[in-house]
Design a binder for this molecule. Structure first.
Ligand SMILES: [Fe+2]
Length: 281
């Protein structure tokens, strides 16, 4: 099955990946081999890792893979700008979710906030969506916005003497990182493929102490009981829709301002999928 049908380098002219690439077992096996067998993958927070980003370890099965620093680009600098305490952070908690959706569907959902106004009203009370921008780089994309204040319907946090904005990043192929407003923190949002139509979301939370503060507990509770509930429902609904006989490919909403209303970062991800599978087509 070709993944390149209808695909264009310009997101405004491109179609999305075909529906069957989100459901087909043979496609899934190709992706395991060509993407997950050749990419730098998050390997947890402990033990020996071939590469590190703060407390996060990474591994790559392919000895011919490009160096981790090449894939990372400016990502580390960006993360440190949002969390200068990165090297002081320690593992606190892991929370995981079993999702009935293909891993690409799950990543797609992370990469646009077009749905945020409708699906995440508390998130939009926490983050000023007029400042939210998605910026694409070679192997990662940044999705950041200013905090609207220390008190929100999502959770509240104490005033600090430094910026406490929302930063989130996607690193090819399946790791997302988030820094939430509040005391120094970082969490993974790892989209782990477990089958053609199933994905495990793994959130590892890192703080300055292993035991979360009450403020951090409230942030975890918001992510666990509100944000994840909202997003998993969306991903699973999209997965059911991908089986519709009337749907094959969609188009991207592209805002030249790269705002929260634009899906160009989803196209950026699809371009990486297309490139990774090009040799296997
Ligand atoms: Fe979402």
């Amino acid at each position: 099955m070709s993944v390149v049908a209808g695909f264009h380098a310009d997101p405004a002219l491109s179609f999305t990946l075909p529906a069957r690439t989100y459901t087909d077992p043979a496609q899934y096996q190709r992706e395991r081999q060509e993407i997950f067998g050749r990419s730098w993958l998050y390997a947890g927070h402990g033990g020996v890792a071939r590469a590190r980003l703060g407390p996060l370890g990474f591994a790559n099965e392919d000895p011919a893979a490009p160096p981790f620093a090449t894939v990372l680009g400016d990502l580390e600098r960006e993360v440190r700008a949002y969390c200068p305490e990165l090297d002081r952070l320690v593992f606190s908690r892991r929370v995981s979710y079993e999702v009935r959706g293909n891993w690409k569907n799950s990543v797609d959902n992370f990469l646009e906030c077009y749905h945020c106004h409708v699906a995440h009203s508390d998130f939009c009370d926490l983050v000023d969506m007029t400042t939210y921008r998605s910026i694409c780089h070679r192997y990662y994309s940044s999705h950041c916005g200013r905090s609207r204040g220390t008190s929100s319907r999502a959770y509240s946090y104490a005033q600090r003497d430094r910026a406490t904005d929302f930063g989130s990043w996607f690193l090819w192929p399946n790791l997302c990182l988030e820094v939430f407003p509040g005391a120094p923190n970082l969490n993974t949002f790892h989209h782990v493929p477990t089958g053609p139509e199933t994905t495990r979301h793994v959130f590892d939370f890192f703080f300055e102490n292993p035991t979360p503060t009450p403020e951090q507990e409230s942030a975890i509770r918001y992510i666990d009981q509100v944000l994840q509930v909202e997003d998993i429902a969306l991903v699973e609904s999209v997965q059911r829709g991908l089986h519709s006989l009337g749907y094959n490919q969609g188009r991207f909403i592209v805002d030249p301002g790269r705002t929260d209303m634009s899906e160009h970062a989803v196209h950026h991800f699809h371009a990486l999928v297309v490139a990774a599978l090009a040799g296997a087509d």
